[in-house]
Ligand binder design. Structure first.
Ligand code: MTE
Ligand code: QUE
Ligand code: MOS
Length: 762
């Protein structure tokens, strides 16, 4: 029986729930191992005027104290631009920026050293907000733009126009395992890292650069992460550099584990955005033209900000055809921790404005927002090209839309809500449906490749290694299923091994939802090379005389047999054992590149979906409940439906958290005021929609991708935004006719109350 398509359990689920899985800090200490921590900038912007390490150096148990002067290689690094200091030199540019690395024998010694280090920083006025950065002209990279037609003219000539500004907040990744790394020195200047990273190659490259080594002297391993969500794509690097520096200087293994609060303060988050828009439309609600100006808050360095920004522009149309469009804007540099990848990677910020505007248009025209969305959906010929030129092929969006409206009883529930809101004095209900069309591929073309190593052993079991990393998303389970089917064996015979740069070189991050697409395809390619040899070998073994034609060799149920004589079969383990005796190689490396990408085709394909949320808000407290949510996605042929269901539910709730309860607050001095779960609210079990229905379209296939599947990791996060639009819809019932709520994101209780009071004043 094929394994792909079946809900086999996540390969680590049993050990996870029993607490037996090995996360980085569960690796037992090595003999002589040192602990590593750091002293960081107390202010967001300033100049280091004094630094005295002498008292700390004398403390018992303190083994080493290192500043930028001790960095053997280049102190500047970064994933795209090398604009980030590993250790601050004379200036500091965000609160929490590492200045001194401490190596000690114990936690107590680390703590004592931190107290004993005398650091004086002359504070300067920081740039914290997007407005301040624009005023100061603080930008990263060049102005960016995607345009089609004459948007200004189209907006100007349209019968109706709306304009405004929308503010979108950031989001903390809140992975359960904080950033961490372990560095072990070896011979000839070699360093082996264990790193909780989505990108072991990044850790290898940056360690080599900063520590002055060749990449051949550095190995980076990652067994798994306790969650990444984009936060460990680039920002796993600093703890690895710190542990690596200590290991290099002392010759001893060194471990650096960020404390929860330090992690919150030092690491970057989702980018806040500000979007200024002008949209023109007709009496029916057809979008005729749109001008959108985006500004993102990148924090103190570039990190992945330019790529995140580009993805925002690529998603500003969401699922809607807008004939004349102008998308422009800039990445703003501020004195906050450098913002980074976060599930959705700018896509969510991109679609926010248009989804908000559609709610406004509906209210303005006295129509239902679902109708406006449907008539603007990418669909028929001539209405299927995105602003950047990619054709939206086999567009299932209108179909998904109609199915969901019907399955969720949209119109009946709308009538019930109208009635409820007309009579309730205390509560308001809202209903809204949003769509998503998420582009799958890294928009940086060279990243769309992967390699895999497959080793078949003489007992018929198989080990597979790729550059893909496991962060809970089920990548290893899916690769196991894919490899099992290539040899028609039970997935129990396949082990997906720890990720290591020693086995797979120059790998992309496990990101952009393409982990299975890329690494799964590379693994399949490796398997096919081995299987080709084994098929030829089987053809000779399945007959006494001349080999049978290879077309007659059938692989099924753990065996190979001749289709003309199915009764004489050879079990896979026996076959490979015999093949080895005949000196046939049982190992291979596969390489895969995503086909078809080009200037007007940045994405291999789109993962699409729709979601509908019903919410109830308390007019007096601003409290909000999601009473029901329905999700319908097109993820092609699911490799593992149970895992994909988990990805969709988890992604939706994480998106809902961003849109409703998760609010990052920084002081005017650039200090994070919400660095702990007591001040920063992530959704809990009681916030999950009370009635939560998730389905995927069963009859959908995407044959160009591995086993006709589609990527699933990030897109459902964007669907969580329907909770936000449902809140906006609920609030519209509080205003006068045609008046919609000036809601920003997140729609916290406070934000809901602010809108209510503003709407009542009018
Ligand atoms: N699911 C879990 N459980 N934990 C995670 O950290 N990260 C998400 C998503 N789902 C994440 C997750 C992000 S940001 C991405 S890009 C994808 O998983 C990456 O994995 P994939 O490409 O293998 O789907
Ligand atoms: C989506 C992504 C990423 C992306 C582009 C996307 C991503 C990522 C990079 C990237 C770009 C240039 C580099 C680099 C990484 O681009 O995760 O190292 O030099 O890391 O559309 O998720
Ligand atoms: Mo995901 S934000 O692409 O790691």
């Amino acid at each position: 029986m094929p394994s792909v398509g079946r809900s086999i359990p996540h390969e680590s689920s049993r050990d996870h729930v029993r607490g037996r899985s090995i996360f980085l800090d569960d690796i037992p200490p090595h003999r002589n191992e040192l602990l590593v921590d750091f002293v960081s900038s107390p202010v967001a912007r300033g100049e280091i005027v004094a630094l005295d390490l002498s008292a700390a150096a004398k403390l018992p148990g303190v083994v080493g104290l290192y500043t930028f002067r001790d960095v053997p290689g280049d102190n500047l690094f970064g994933p795209i631009f090398n604009d980030e200091h590993f250790l601050a030199e004379d200036k500091v540019c965000f609160q929490g920026e590492p200045i001194v690395v401490i190596a000690a024998e114990s936690h107590a010694a680390l703590k004592a050293a931190k107290v004993a280090i005398r650091l004086e920083v002359r504070a300067e006025t920081p740039v914290v907000s997007i407005e301040q950065a624009i005023e100061a002209g603080e930008f990263i990279g060049t102005p960016r733009a995607i345009t089609r037609g004459d948007a200004a003219d189209a907006v100007g000539k349209a019968l109706h126009r709306l304009e405004g500004t929308i503010y979108i907040g950031g989001q903390e990744h809140f992975y359960m395992e904080t950033q961490c790394a372990l560095a072990i020195p070896g011979e000839n200047g070699h360093l082996t890292f264990h790193s909780s990273t989505q990108n072991p190659t990044e850790t290898q490259v940056m360690a080599a650069r900063v520590l002055g080594l060749g990449m051949h002297q550095v190995v980076c391993l990652c067994k798994r992460m306790g969650g990444g969500f984009g936060g460990k794509e680039t920002q796993a690097t600093p703890p690895a550099l710190m542990a690596g520096l200590v290991a290099l200087k002392t010759g001893r293994p060194a471990r650096c584990i960020y404390a929860r609060e330090a992690d919150g303060r030092v690491t970057g988050k989702r980018h806040p955005f500000e979007v200024r828009y002008q949209v023109g439309f007709d009496d029916d609600g057809h979008l005729l033209g749109a001008r959108l100006e985006f500004y993102s808050n990148a924090g103190s360095s570039a990190d992945l900000s330019t790529s995140v920004f580009d993805r925002a522009l690529y998603h500003a149309d969401n699922a809607y055809f807008i004939p004349d469009i102008e998308l422009i804007g800039r990445v703003c540099r501020t004195n906050l921790p450098s913002n980074t990848a976060f599930r959705g990677f700018g896509g969510g910020q991109g679609i926010m404005a248009i989804e908000s505007v559609i709610e406004d248009i509906a209210e303005f025209l006295g129509k239902d927002a679902a109708e406006i969305r449907l008539i603007n959906c990418y669909g028929a010929d001539g209405r299927n090209q995105t602003p950047y030129g990619q054709i939206v092929q086999d567009d299932t969006l209108p179909l998904l839309f109609e199915r969901l409206v019907e399955r969720a009883n949209y119109w009946e529930r709308r009538r019930a809500i109208d009635e409820f809101n007309a009579t309730s004095q205390s509560h308001l209900r809202g209903l809204s449906l949003t769509t998503v069309k998420f582009g799958i591929s890294f928009t940086t073309k060279f990243l769309n490749q992967a390699n895999a190593l497959v080793n078949v052993y003489t007992d018929g079991t198989i080990q597979v290694s790729t550059g893909g990393t496991e962060m809970g998303q089920g990548l290893n389970t899916k690769i196991r299923q894919l490899v099992a089917d290539e040899f028609a064996v039970d997935p129990a015979n396949i082990s997906v091994m720890s990720t290591s740069t020693e086995k797979n070189n120059n790998t992309p991050p496990t990101a952009a939802s393409a982990g299975t697409d890329l690494n799964g395809s590379a693994a399949v390619n490796a398997c096919r090379l081995i299987r080709e040899r084994l098929t030829e070998f089987a053809a000779s073994r399945l007959s006494e005389g001349e080999p049978i034609p290879i077309e007659r060799v059938v692989w099924e149920n753990g065996c190979v047999f001749d289709s003309d004589k199915p009764e004489q079969s050879i079990e896979f383990g026996k076959l490979v054992h015999a093949a080895h005796r005949e000196r046939i190689s049982l190992g291979e490396r596969g390489h895969y590149i995503t086909p078809g990408l080009g200037p007007s085709r940045p994405f291999f394909y789109y993962t699409t979906g729709c979601a509908l949320a019903e919410v109830e808000i308390d007019r007096f407290t601003g409290e909000m409940r999601v009473t029901r949510a329905d999700v319908l996605m097109d993820i092609g042929q699911s490799i593992n439906p149970a895992i994909d269901l988990g990805q969709i539910g988890g992604g939706f709730v994480q998106g809902m958290g961003w849109a409703t309860c998760e609010e990052l607050k920084f002081s005017d001095e650039g200090e994070l005021l919400t660095a702990s779960p007591s001040t920063y609210k992530i959704p809990g079990v009681r916030d999950i929609p009370e009635d939560f229905r998730i389905e995927f379209v069963e009859d959908s296939r995407f044959p160009e991708n591995v086993r006709s599947s589609k990527a699933v990791g990030e897109p459902p996060l964007l669907l969580g935004l329907c909770v936000w639009t449902a809140i906006k819809n609920a609030l519209s019932y509080a205003g006068s006719k045609g008046q919609s709520a000036p809601l920003n994101l997140p729609a916290t209780g406070e934000e809901i109350l602010r809108c209510l009071s503003e709407m009542e004043e009018v």
